[in-house]
Structure formats: structure tokens, C-alpha cells
Design a protein around this ligand. Structure first.
Ligand code: ZN
Length: 430
């Protein structure tokens, strides 16, 4: 199913022609109106005429998260104040946020892109969409909400948390599609089971959209099994307009990024040179269809590679593989580079392991994995528990070259946050 078949299946040539026209227009406007980019263009000898082919994007300056913060509150905005229509901010970190402005047209384009994503995974006008992401300054819930409304789904702005109320809404209004963080999805499955219900049989969910956190295939499988629903990965970042930047199609192999809105590159994070399809590097995105604050070559920090093969779904827009993690998620323990996802993969693949875990670093580089078991296993035989503990220690050690200690906990013991769940707690005294 397509929302806009023509553009979603456009030929490479016509997509690239559109991208080049939009890139030129974007650079032209920035050269005229953005003091931040004027300065950058001057420093690298660029002018209005510098973009002649798509490859010339390499001549443009990178933009970083730090640049956006430094230009707070409105250094990146290039339209008159009265044309601004919405303000969002980035989430998560301390200090000043990144201020993100949108015009009416910007919001409309993003909502339309999200409608494409929803249609791609099989959502229809007749679906009931329970949006369990955070509403407010964060883009995650608002942008997807407007996408759902474009299609005409019944949208329920539930927000996260309050599982009792979520369940009531799901049961009373027959929710068929949920948008939720993966950690909350796992927690919520436990909650529903504790009520004596079977989430796969007693709820009507058929499609679950997960995003806003990194998670593994093993976690996706757990969510699919628990709810008996199709789980799709959405990739978004507020800096690029929120949750519909990239989305999985029914092929479930990588996310498509909408190339009429974004110009996509993968670069080597050390040399900053572009990498060919198949080679892993940092995802860099240029917004080419944005009025209020176009951003050139934004360094996302997400590590992935482009998939060269055409997608069986028929869409021609670029696909990037499942993310290998964020470069800033990486932790160094005893000199080894460790991605929390490597540990999650081991945990979620271990029989008897439940749905929540946390990695605690303490003392002099000590790693403790606290992991919940499922109820049956936790109440079962002691020798089984010892076996699970040993198996986790061994598999984590071979995956990340660090030997952890492992604490096994009862289901529902670890806290779950309403927004992004913190998987690593670093209390080291180093
Ligand atoms: Zn596809």
C-alpha cells in the first residue's frame, strides 16, 4: 500500500533531479539568509553557484549537535518570526536544548511523510491509533499524531505511562495500532499479563511502531510474540523533524529514508569521507525541503550502512540497515569498546530472561548486569538460575571482551521510565 505511489516509487533519475534542484534552492536561501552558514560558506570559499551536482554536497560544511546548541535560541531560523508555526526542542541532555522551528508548510510535509510511513506498514483509515509517545516539546508524539490524522485514523493521544489507563483505552476503543518505546512495550506486556490477560489474544493490536530508543532484533521478536502483532522500527530525530525520517517497510530489512525531503550520506566518522553502500559509518542528513531551518549535513551520530539492493516493497528511496548503535552510546569498559545493544542481544536471546535490564558500571571499571527473568523461571529451580547466570556471563564476555557480574531479578523489579529508558548507569569512580 502506498500513500503517494508516484513519489515513493519514482526512478532514481527523477529523484536525484528533484534532490539537486532542492539542494541548490536550500543552499541559495542559506547563503542569503543564514548568518551561521554565510560564515561557514565564506570560510570554505563557497557561493550560490557551488552546487552543480549532487556530489557537490561534499563541499558543504557539516552541522553538529553542538552547532545547534550554540545557536540557541534562534540562530538557525531563516524565516520571519510571523511565519513560524511550531517550536519543538530536542530532548534528553542537560543545559540549553536545541530549538527547532517549523513553518506551516514544514509541519505539513512531515505529517505527510509520516502518513507515507503508516500506510507503508499497513495502517488504514479504519485503524485506531493509540499514541503512547510523549506529547509536548518532544517531536515524537506530535508529528506521528498529525500523520495519523492525515490518513484519517482515529488517533488517541494517550501519551506514555499510566498502564492502567492505557489498557482501558485499548480495550474500550479497540486499539489496533500503537506507537510506543520498546522498553515500555516490554514493561506493558508484563503489566497486561499480570492482569490475567493475554496481550496477544485479549487485545486487538495488529501493528506496533517502536522507536526513540535503540534496541535489538531480539527485543523486536519479544514484542511481536508478546502482542501477536507486527512490530516496525521507526527512525527519527527531532533535528530532522521527528519520528518519520526513516521507517521500515514490510520487508523488515532496514529503514527507508524519504529522499525528496532528505539527502542521505554515510561517512567515515574519522576521515569524514563518504562511504559506498555496504560500508558502515555515520549517517549524515541534509534537509532539502524545509523552510524555517534547513540544516546541512547533520551528523546524527548513528552508525549504519546503505543497502544497495532494490527493495522488494517497490519503494526506490534509500534504505539504511538496522543501526549498529549510536557513536555516543558506546561505553569503554576495561579498555574495550562496548555497545549496550551487544549486551541486550545476549540477554534477549537467553531463555528464561524477562523484559527489562540495566547495565551498571561502578568502582574501578566493574560491570554489573541486572536483568529480570520471566515469572516461571524466577520461581523455578535454583540450578536453572545458576545456569542462566553462567550463560549470560560467558556470552557477554565473548561478545564484548569484558566479564560482567550478573544479578537475576524478579519480573517488574527494575524501574521503567516514561520517556527513553536509561540502559547504562555509570557510577564509576574513574
Ligand atoms: Zn521497502
Amino acid at each position: 500500500m502506498f500513500w503517494e505511489q508516484d513519489i515513493e516509487t519514482a526512478s532514481r533519475e527523477s529523484l536525484q533531479a528533484l534532490q539537486l534542484a532542492r539542494l541548490k534552492e536550500t543552499v541559495g536561501r542559506l547563503a542569503q539568509k543564514s548568518p551561521f552558514y554565510q560564515e561557514k560558506f565564506r570560510a570554505s570559499g563557497l557561493n550560490n553557484d557551488s552546487i552543480r551536482s549532487l556530489d557537490d554536497v561534499r563541499r558543504l560544511p557539516f552541522t553538529t549537535s553542538a552547532d545547534l546548541r550554540a545557536q540557541y535560541p534562534d540562530g538557525f531560523n531563516i524565516v520571519p518570526k510571523e511565519d513560524l508555526f511550531r517550536l519543538h526542542t530536542s530532548s534528553g541532555t542537560t543545559g540549553k536544548p536545541k530549538a527547532l522551528f517549523f513553518t506551516r508548510k514544514d509541519i505539513d510535509i512531515l505529517a505527510n511523510n509520516f502518513a507515507r510511513c503508516l500506510t507503508m506498514v499497513g495502517c488504514k483509515k479504519s485503524d485506531v491509533f493509540q499514541n503512547m509517545m510523549t506529547y509536548g516539546l518532544f517531536t515524537g508524539a506530535m508529528m506521528s499524531h498529525y500523520g495519523a490524522e492525515k490518513i484519517g485514523m482515529l488517533a488517541i493521544p494517550a501519551g506514555p505511562g499510566n498502564s492502567e489507563r492505557q489498557l482501558m483505552l485499548m480495550q474500550d476503543f479497540g486499539t489496533t495500532v500503537a506507537h510506543i518505546t520498546p522498553s515500555y512495550a516490554l514493561y506493558y506486556a508484563n503489566f497486561v499479563e499480570k492482569k490475567g490477560l493475554n496481550p496477544a489474544k485479549d487485545l486487538s493490536l495488529r501493528i506496533i511502531l517502536v522507536g526513540a530508543e535503540s534496541y535489538t532484533e531480539e527485543t523486536r521478536r519479544k514484542i511481536e510474540t508478546a502482542f501477536g502483532a507486527d512490530v516496525f522500527n521507526c527512525y527519527g530525530l527531532s533535528e530532522m523533524g521527528g519520528p518519520g525520517v526513516g521507517f521500515e517497510c514490510p520487508a523488515k530489512n532496514g529503514v527507508h529514508l524519504w529522499e525528496d525531503t532528505y539527502l542521505v550520506e554515510i561517512i567515515d566518522p574519522k576521515t569524514l569521507e563518504p562511504l559506498p553502500p555496504g560500508e558502515t559509518g555515520e549517517l549524515v542528513i541534509t534537509s532539502i525541503n524545509r523552510e524555517a531551518m534547513p540544516i546541512l549535513r547533520y551528523r546524527t551520530g548513528d552508525l549504519t550502512y546503505m543497502i544497495a539492493e532494490p527493495c522488494p516493497c517497490g519503494r526506490t528511496h534509500v534504505r539504511v540497515a538496522r543501526f549498529k548503535g549510536r557513536s555516543d552510546d558506546m561505553i569503554v569498559v576495561k579498555g574495550a569498546n562496548v555497545y549496550p545493544q551487544q549486551i541486550e542481544r545476549v540477554l534477549m536471546d537467553t531463555k528464561g530472561v524477562g523484559r527489562n535490564y540495566v547495565i551498571v558500571l561502578q568502582g574501578l571499571d566493574e560491570m554489573i548486569i541486572k536483568v529480570e527473568l520471566d515469572a516461571e523461571t524466577f520461581d523455578g529451580k535454583v540450578e536453572n538460575l545458576e545456569k542462566i547466570q553462567k550463560s549470560i556471563v560467558e556470552h557477554v564476555r565473548s561478545a564484548v571482551q569484558v566479564k560482567p557480574s550478573v544479578e537475576l531479578l524478579a519480573p517488574g523489579t527494575l524501574p521503567v521510565s516514561e520517556g527513553k529508558t536509561k540502559r547504562v548507569i555509570d557510577n564509576r569512580s574513574l
